[in-house]
Design a protein around this ligand. Structure first.
Ligand code: C2E
Ligand code: MG
Ligand code: MG
Length: 729
């Protein structure tokens, strides 16, 4: 858990960091861009405020000109006509232009007239303005005296002086204009004109209207800059450069607005990027986990048998080397008996499941084993610590006992046996491969001894192996020389009349030094050495040559499953039949269930080809394979030979006659004939006759005999067809 979760946490943290980095970068970039545009916008707003104040200064001066450049005004101020002055240069200026104060001073700079919106007493009102006014007046008079006309245009009729001041603790524009004639009718002494002073406050109404006119939010005046974060303060300076006060407002920040507008989208984008990053981290994690799992699986497959899940040959040999390098141990080679039949008759899928079940039982029984492995097919191996013979024998017996218990696969009970070869290590005397080879030899011996048993390797077994190799060599040369292989014949009799109806050819090996060797021994060697086709050919040739003397008898010849699966088998048999000009209908080939049930095309076509020529087929040792009665119906044979194991119980109490009876009636139902093999007692003979078996064969009637003996019997039976009388050798 720790292993998988900590990389996940790291991955998720990385995803969050990645998303934060991307979003942070985007956000900072936007912030930088919007900041730039906001700064540009605020600078523009500063210029606008500056311009508005300057425009207001011009506008106040311009307002004054409407009444100060006028002949009447000159005359009236000179006459100190206060009513006229009040109506035209004072109160009127307030009501019409919104000026807050207006004053008229004479050539001696003495106040002639004063008006103020916040001070009734004109002297007092002027006192607060006089300092600023004097400054402007002095400068103006100087210019007037010098006849300075700069700034006079079509729109500006007179020169003037204006500046911003602090008046009555309020910021104000103060503008001075000379009262001059608009015609040339009235002459005044330059520099001694009456002067009109206009005052316009910049706070209050001006600030508000400025805000409204130029869309400055919360525009107000303050003496010092406002420190609030989102407020902008712009200084109002006099001509001399001294700061009078500040206009402050909430500046319009287009970038910031755009940023705010995009914030939801940005947040959403951030969430999407985060989700995508987390999703890709999770996907990467999953991929990495799958990769790890498949690597582990590959590693497991390299060391394990995929079917049973047990360690494989490579793991086992490595384990043996490792163990034997430091301690003594015992190696067991195990092989299932009759597994091939299960596989051949019930199919590979069935066989596979049996192997798995066997693997489970072996592992469960051999708890002390260091390793239980599958070498392939039906071969298993074990390595057990120590070399205590008693303990190992007990284990071997337990293993055999465990496997002998019927397996149940798909509701079908399966019986198999187990052969075990055992070899002990002996210190550093042998290496792993020696011990493995010895266990293998012991296994071979166990099988040769009749299977379903264990054999502990003894030094004599090396001898046995040598003998087997020699036998193989001898068989090869015997087949080559075509001398030592003989054929004996076991007579087969009609069950009802007891007359001789045929013979079964049984191979015999007359070894020059070892005497007669039984087919059970040399057929297996022939099969393993790839000599069975050659052997079958010789037996068939010999048998056909002999059988030519017994034209009335049918001839049964055994064929190995290996032969039948050779695609040339049918052709070869047909050639031999032709060569001996033998009547094919007299020939019956005995095959085993496994050969027939292996649904191989070659086997089928061999059978079909020979049957089309009249050759018959018999199913040998019927009942020992796995053919259910259901399958029997599909078999393409002419006869079944009921195995000796079923025949032996017939005629005695508590026997399995019912099965034999079923076999016979089923075979008859399918149009097949039946032969009972291995009749050894009269009771068996009689019972099988009663059960309706067609033919009988067994030691009671005759052992396999040489061909000359058949010649004799044949001659005798030719002479007297005896009723129920059988010929016993
Ligand atoms: P099989 O074809 O079932 O032949 C019958 C075997 O049962 C013969 O053993 C025979 O001697 C034995 N037998 C017959 N009656 C009795 C009886 O009453 N009691 C007992 N205990 N045994 C009886 P054999 O000759 O040793 O052959 C063994 C097997 O070897 C044969 O079984 C057959 O499968 C195989 N075989 C023999 N000759 C050939 C051959 O030329 N080619 C091939 N492929 N297999 C052969
Ligand atoms: Mg046979
Ligand atoms: Mg048989």
């Amino acid at each position: 858990m720790r292993l998988t979760s900590s990389p996940l946490l790291v991955g998720l943290s990385m995803a969050v960091i990645f998303a934060a980095f991307v979003m942070g970068t985007v956000y900072l970039t936007m912030l930088w861009a919007t900041g730039r545009s906001d700064r540009a916008a605020i600078l523009r707003q500063d210029r606008l405020v500056e311009l508005a104040v300057s425009k207001m200064q011009d506008s106040v001066a311009h307002d004054q000109e409407s009444a100060t450049v006028w002949d009447d005004a000159v005359e009236r101020v000179q006459a100190h006509d206060r009513d006229w002055i009040d109506a035209n240069l004072g109160r009127w200026m307030h009501s019409y232009f919104g000026h807050d104060q207006a004053f008229v001073v004479g050539p001696d700079n003495e106040l002639v007239y004063g008006f103020s919106i916040d001070q009734a007493d004109e002297m007092k009102a002027y006192a607060s303005v006089s300092q600023a006014a004097q400054k402007l007046i002095a400068s103006l008079r100087k210019r007037l005296a010098a006849d300075d006309k700069s700034g006079i245009t079509d729109h500006t009729l007179s020169i003037g002086e204006t500046d911003v001041f602090r008046i009555n603790d309020r910021p104000a524009i103060v503008s001075a204009k000379p009262i001059i004639a608009d015609t040339n009718g009235i002459k005044q002494l330059a520099g001694e004109e009456y002067i009109h002073i206009a005052v316009r406050y910049l706070d209050g109404y001006f600030a508000t209207s400025l805000g409204e006119e130029y869309f400055f939010k919360d525009m107000r005046f303050s003496w010092s800059p406002v420190e609030k974060a989102r407020l902008r303060s712009f200084p109002i300076s006099s001509k001399s450069g001294s700061v009078i006060g500040y206009f402050s407002w909430q500046p319009f920040r287009p970038g910031n607005m755009a940023l705010r507008a995009t914030e939801p989208a940005l947040t959403l984008g951030g969430i999407v990027i985060l989700c995508a990053a987390i999703a890709s981290v999770l996907a990467l994690q999953r991929r990495a986990r799958r990769l790890r799992e498949s690597q582990t699986e590959l590693l497991r497959l390299a060391h394990h048998d995929p079917l049973s899940g047990l360690p494989n040959r490579a793991s086992f040999t490595a384990m043996v080397s490792r163990t034997l390098a430091t301690s003594d141990a015992t190696i067991l080679f195990l092989d299932l008996d009759r597994f091939k039949q299960v596989n051949d008759t019930l199919g590979h899928a069935f066989g596979d499941r049996l192997i798995c079940e066997v693997a489970l039982r072996l592992s469960a029984t051999a708890k002390s084993a260091l390793m239980v492995a599958r070498m392939g097919g039906d071969e298993f191996t074990m390595i057990v610590p120590g070399t205590d013979a008693c303990e190992i024998e007990r284990l071997a017996a337990d293993l055999i006992g465990a496997i002998r218990q019927p397996f149940e696969i798909d509701g079908q009970p399966i019986l198999v046996g187990l052969s075990i070869g055992i070899a002990f290590s002996a210190g550093s005397l042998f290496d792993g491969s020696d011990v493995l080879r010895r266990a293998d030899i012991a296994l071979y011996q166990a099988k040769a001894n009749g299977r379903n048993r264990y054999v502990i390797f003894g030094t004599h077994m090396d001898e046995l192996m040598k003998m087997r190799r020699e036998l193989e060599y001898d068989l090869r040369s015997a087949l080559k020389e075509r001398r030592q292989l003989e054929v004996h014949y076991q007579p087969i009799f009609g069950a009802q009349e007891g007359q001789l109806i045929g013979v079964e050819a049984l191979a015999r090996w007359n070894h020059p030094t070892k005497g007669f060797i039984q087919p059970d021994v040399f057929i297996q060697i022939a099969e393993e050495a790839g000599l069975v086709a050659q052997l079958g050919e010789q037996v068939l040739s010999n048998a056909l040559a002999d059988a030519a003397k017994w034209p009335r008898l049918s001839l049964a010849v055994n064929a190995s499953a290996l032969e039948l699966h050779d695609e040339n088998y049918g052709r070869r048999v047909a050639d031999i039949i032709e060569r001996f000009a033998f009547d094919p209908t007299k020939l019956e080939i005995e095959i085993t269930e496994s050969a027939l049930l292996q649904d191989e095309a070659a086997c089928r076509s061999n059978i079909d080809m020979l049957r089309s020529r009249g050759v018959r087929f018999a199913l040998d040792d019927f009942g020992t394979g796995f053919s259910s009665f259901g399958r029997l119906q599909k078999l393409d044979v002419d006869r079944i030979k009921i195995d000796r194991s079923f025949v032996s119980g017939c005629g005695t109490i508590g026997n399995n006659e019912a099965i034999v009876q079923a076999m016979i009636s089923l075979a008859h139902g399918q149009g097949m004939r039946t032969t009972a093999e291995g009749i050894e007692t009269d009771a068996q003979k009689n019972r099988l006759r009663e059960l309706g078996c067609d033919a009988l064969q067994g030691f009671l009637l005759s052992r396999p005999v040489v061909s000359e003996r058949i010649d004799e019997i044949y001659r005798r039976t030719e002479k007297k067809a005896s009723d129920g009388q059988v010929v016993v050798t």
